[in-house]
Design a protein around this ligand. Structure first.
Ligand SMILES: *Cc1c(COP(=O)(O)O)cnc(C)c1O
Length: 388
């Protein structure tokens, strides 16, 4: 049989740029000042990013991982302390704590949203817990009402890992305005990017100045005598990255609006396929930026999943396997490992364990495609699962 081959799917490229990024780079170059201490781009970007996210301050840094490390240090995370993290997340969530010598304590996630299970987080609190780190998985904001209550009741601060959640809102409030510190990533695949980069938003003045000093080698802004008031590192963003990010920020909302239209279409179509369960949405997340289009194929197993992802890629669909549960990596066990085993953690985290084996995600650039393309994506997933 000679069936006509469906036209190969072509989605918008990522990252995107236009004359605004070009102009920004030229502006930074021509300032003749290429670091934040004397240039203007980083400071201006911080003002714009904080304003956009309803935060009192933003601090631009080198990467999202460094943003987590910096904030954890400011919150008092040291050897002998613990940080509660979802078991299903990118490795930076645990690595940032472990780099400071603290134990990262993985807890299970919600089966619908893939965000931290608040009851599991509550049960994991000990006198050594210095922070609870919800991750807004794929742009779905974690249950910030329940988490804020848990934080208030327990006295343990929240650190929102918003690496997937630029522009996200929870009941009308931006992630920067939810009463806790949030960190962001501007790595190449993220929703705004300069190739690499990160930021921290602060809901008020607390911790901001200390974070600034520590991100700049422990050096107060006015220090000209190398007094270095605290320990720290150099996590400063450069002027070129900030100039690019100002242009990226200006494009963010328009792109979120397109993805917000496309995902409900794609999710409904995927949800009709036998054996496919798309990530659910908590309606209190009323602006969802859709960093990843995620779904589960329950029971598929890692080997068959890898074949499915390869087949999707071969048909032009940018697909990836989901994160491996933290405790299923060698990295997790190398430093500051908890006093338990991977199998015990797997039993305690059955949903993370399942996601680790059955979750597939599609790149957000696909959600910038046309509505007919959403139908083509779902048809392609159906074909691949049917084994054709
Ligand atoms: C990307 C990511 C980070 C780290 O960001 P980098 O800028 O790549 O260091 C942290 N947490 C999560 C959940 C991420 O996806």
């Amino acid at each position: 049989m000679n069936l006509p081959r469906r036209q190969e799917l072509v989605f918008p490229a990522w990252p995107q740029f236009d004359a605004a990024e070009r102009a920004g780079l030229a502006r930074a170059l021509e300032q003749g000042q290429w670091w934040r201490m004397t240039g203007g781009e980083v400071t201006e970007f911080e003002r714009e990013f904080a304003g956009h996210h309803g935060a009192a301050h933003a601090l631009a840094v080198t990467t999202g991982t460094h943003a987590l490390e910096l904030v954890l240090e400011v919150l008092g995370v040291r050897p002998g302390t613990e940080v509660i993290v979802p078991a299903f997340t990118f490795i930076s969530s645990s690595q940032a704590a472990q780099r400071l010598g603290a134990v990262a304590v993985p807890v299970d996630v919600d089966p619908e949203t893939y965000c931290v299970d608040v009851h599991a987080a509550e049960a994991a609190i000990t006198p050594r817990t210095k922070a609870i780190m919800p991750v807004h998985m794929g742009g779905q904001v974690a249950d910030m009402d329940a988490l804020a209550k848990l934080s208030a009741d327990s006295g343990v601060p929240l650190l929102q890992d918003a690496a997937h959640a630029h522009g996200a809102r929870w009941q009308g409030r931006s992630v920067g305005a939810l009463g806790s510190i949030a960190t962001f990533s501007f790595q190449n695949g993220k929703l705004m990017t300069a190739g690499e980069g990160g930021a921290v938003t602060f809901p008020d003045d607390e911790f901001y100045e200390e974070a600034f000093i520590r991100h700049s080698c422990g050096r107060p802004r006015t220090d000209r005598g190398y007094f270095h008031a605290t320990s720290g590192s150099n996590f400063r963003m450069n002027e070129f990255s900030a100039a690019v990010l100002r242009a990226q920020l200006a494009r963010l909302e328009e792109q979120i609006s397109v993805r917000e239209e496309r995902w409900p279409v794609l999710a409904a179509l995927l949800g009709e396929l036998p054996g496919v369960v798309p990530q659910g949405r908590d309606g209190r997340c009323d602006r969802h930026p859709h960093y990843m289009a995620m779904f589960q194929i329950p029971g598929i197993g890692e080997r068959r999943r890898a074949e499915v992802v390869d087949a999707l890629i071969a048909r032009g669909v940018p697909a990836f396997v989901g994160f491996r549960a933290l405790y299923r990596t060698d990295a997790f066990w190398e430093t500051a490992a908890p006093d338990t085993t991977a199998d015990a953690l797997a039993r305690a985290c059955p949903r993370a364990e399942a996601l680790s084996q059955d979750c597939v995600w599609l790149h957000h650039r696909l959600l910038l495609g046309t509505e007919p393309q959403m139908h083509q994506v779902a048809e392609t997933v159906a074909e691949v699962l049917a084994g054709s």
